[in-house]
Design a protein around this ligand. Structure first.
Ligand code: ADP
Length: 377
């Protein structure tokens, strides 16, 4: 259908699921990552072994394709910028990615454009933070986040007192928010400026691992909050001039405010349910954005729950999906395993989507699934 070559930097589960979505559209879909053992290696038309953080590898890969996308933010910036200068279509643009990769720049962006976010300050490192505490310009409790390279709760620490250990990196320090709900909204924008927004999801975190345990969609929000949240997201995607998907994580506070926490310019864990539950999956939507095709519908076909399948605590090694056949005996339950060769505590090994008549009935099924299924080694 389309002769343009798409090249994605990163061969994890997001690359894999994009590759699966590329197949019915008969797209020429390339992936760059380190090893043929990675999840996306067999869902693409060409897998190139290389390092997406390495300038030469990204340049060589980028020159072989027409459109360059990402499934992870930590790619070589300079190469993306140089590929843009050579006339390649890079999505998201290197300029927007530069802001998003640095939580400090992200927060400054929200402030500049009057987008609500928790108040913050930037510090060079733990010593400056300790000095600020000593002089009384910073008071406990607060949240410390490393500016670059954090993911899935790594690089975020709630600092309650002088007993809490500070992270040793250039950081952003935020007020501790009185969170009622954590929600996420996925939006898509193509090069023609068409914007489609999905329904908000409500995320429930695994406290120990600080990553999403499960989520449900639609989020249980008042109509007013939903409208407000979608308005913020459309303002944000326009102001950032993003092409492609933008996943926006937000807090609803106990006072009823909405605060933007952080964004990701790519398919996102909070959109996995769209494969079965929405008119267009986030992965197909991203391909439509990359190719500047008309965007697909975002309406829900059904309420849904998405459970992350995480490696069980204390097991490392070749994964065994204990209880999977009992899970697969359940109706309206869709299992996705990423094919990672090794399980580790809390590693994202797959996900399950439950389609349900109501969130309540879906949550009952979720409980049963989480009791039955364990990823051991
Ligand atoms: P990551 O990029 O690792 O996902 P986040 O910024 O999303 O990091 O933070 C991880 C989690 O930490 C959030 O989902 C939330 O539960 C908690 N958190 C983050 N910032 C705050 C805050 N300012 N106040 C309270 N909790 C927070």
């Amino acid at each position: 259908m389309n002769t343009k070559r798409i090249g994605i930097l990163g061969g994890g589960q997001l690359g894999k699921m994009m590759g699966i979505a590329a197949q019915p559209l008969d797209l020429d879909f390339w992936i760059l990552d380190k090893s043929l053992d990675f999840p996306a290696a067999h869902s693409c038309t060409h897998f190139v072994e290389g390092d997406f953080t390495n300038y030469e590898d990204v340049m060589a890969f980028g020159r072989q394709v027409d459109i360059i996308g990402i499934e992870i933010e930590g790619v070589n910036d300079q190469a993306l910028q140089d590929l843009e200068n050579e006339g390649k279509n890079v999505i998201p643009s290197s300029a927007s990615l530069k802001i998003i990769k640095d939580k400090g720049l992200q927060k400054q962006f929200y402030k500049k454009y009057n987008l609500p976010t928790a108040s913050f300050k930037l510090y060079d490192g733990p010593d400056d933070i300790s000095d600020a505490v000593a002089t009384g310009s910073l008071v406990y409790p607060f949240v410390q986040k490393v500016r670059k390279g954090g993911y899935d709760g790594q690089g975020v620490s709630i600092i309650k007192s002088s007993e809490s250990k500070l992270l040793r990196a250039s950081s952003l320090v935020e007020n501790l928010v009185d969170i009622k709900k954590e929600i996420a909204i996925l939006a898509a924008r193509n090069q023609s400026g068409q914007i489609h927004i999905y329904d908000p999801v409500e995320m429930v975190f695994n406290e120990e691992a600080n990553l999403v345990d499960y989520l449900f969609c639609p989020a249980q929000l008042t109509l007013e909050t939903q409208v407000k949240a979608k308005f913020l997201v459309s303002k944000l995607i326009n102001e950032m001039d993003i092409v492609g998907l933008l996943a926006v994580e937000m807090f609803e506070t106990n006072k009823g405010e909405l605060l933007i926490n952080e964004v990701a310019p790519r398919p996102h864990n909070s959109g996995h349910h769209t494969i079965e539950a929405a008119m267009t999956s986030q992965f197909e939507q991203q391909l439509r954005c990359l190719l500047n095709l008309p965007l697909g519908g975002t309406a829900l076909r059904s309420p849904a729950i998405m459970i992350n399948i995480l490696g069980a605590y204390a097991y490392t090694g070749k994964p065994i999906y204990d209880g999977i056949s009992e899970v697969m005996a359940m109706e309206n339950v869709y299992v996705h395993l990423y094919g990672k060769k090794e399980t580790r505590p809390f590693r994202k090994m797959g996900h399950i989507t439950i389609l349900c008549d109501s969130i309540e009935s879906g949550l009952q099924k979720k409980e049963k699934i989480q009791k039955k299924l364990r990823v051991i080694a």
